[in-house]
Design a binder for this molecule. Structure first.
Ligand code: S6P
Ligand code: ZN
Length: 187
C-alpha cells in the first residue's frame, strides 16, 4: 500500500489555479478533432480548449487525486466546447465534480447505452458514479471551472469514447442549449 504524509495545497476558488502548480495538461481544439460532429477547422486547431491542473498522489486504490479543469467557452459548429470524455480504466472508480464558475452540462453514459445529463454551475456537486463515462460541456459564455476528486488508480479510457461517442450531444439551439441524440453514436 502506498501512503502519503498529509499536505495542503491552495486552490483559487475563482480561477481554479492550484498553488503550487505541479502537473498541467493543456488541450487544444485540434486534440479534440473527431470528437465533435463537425471537423475542427484547421485554422482553429491551435486554439486553447482546456487545461487540467492536478494535485498528484501515487497511483493506488487508497489515495485520492484531484484536479481543476478550466474549459474555455465556444462552439464547433452548433456543438459547445467540451472535454474529450472518458471511462475510468478501472471501471468502478467514482468521482466528484465541484463547479467553481461558469455554466455547463455533465454528460454521462454507460456501456449498455444509458445516459444522464446533469447541470454544472457554481456550487453544484456532481457525483459521477462508477462505470459512467463523463464529459463536461461549457454551454455558457465564460470559462467553466470545476474541481474533481477521484480514486488515484482510476486511470483513463479515452478510446471507447473516441470510437463510440456518447448517446447524446449538447448543441446551441434557438432558446439555449439542447440535448439531442448523437447521430454518430455507435454502440
Ligand atoms: C479525471 C476527471 C477530470 C478530467 C478533466 C478533463 O478523472 O474526470 O479531471 O480528466 O476534466 O477531461 P478529459 O476527458 O479530457 O480527461
Ligand atoms: Zn474522470
Amino acid at each position: 500500500m502506498t501512503s502519503l504524509e498529509p499536505f495542503t495545497t491552495m486552490l483559487d476558488l475563482e480561477a481554479g489555479a492550484i498553488e503550487p502548480e505541479r502537473k498541467l495538461t493543456e488541450r487544444r481544439l485540434g486534440d479534440l478533432d473527431g470528437l465533435f460532429l463537425e471537423p475542427v477547422p484547421a485554422e482553429r486547431a491551435g486554439e486553447p480548449a482546456y487545461t487540467v491542473s492536478e494535485i498528484p498522489a501515487p497511483v493506488s486504490g487508497s489515495n485520492l487525486l484531484s484536479s481543476t479543469t478550466v474549459l474555455q467557452p465556444g462552439r464547433v459548429g452548433r456543438e459547445f466546447h467540451m472535454t474529450k470524455g472518458h471511462y475510468h480504466e478501472v471501471r468502478d472508480r467514482a468521482e466528484i465534480y465541484v463547479t467553481l464558475a461558469g455554466e455547463g452540462r455533465l454528460v454521462m453514459g454507460t456501456e449498455d447505452g444509458r445516459h444522464q445529463v446533469e447541470p454544472m454551475r457554481r456550487g453544484t456537486v456532481n457525483y459521477v458514479a462508477g462505470r459512467w463515462a463523463h464529459r463536461s460541456v461549457n454551454v455558457g459564455g465564460e470559462p467553466l471551472i470545476f474541481y474533481a476528486v477521484y480514486v488515484a488508480d482510476a486511470g483513463y479510457d479515452y478510446g471507447t469514447i473516441e470510437e463510440e461517442g456518447f448517446p447524446v450531444v449538447v448543441l446551441a439551439g434557438d432558446s439555449g442549449p439542447e440535448v439531442v441524440p448523437n447521430p454518430r453514436y455507435r454502440k
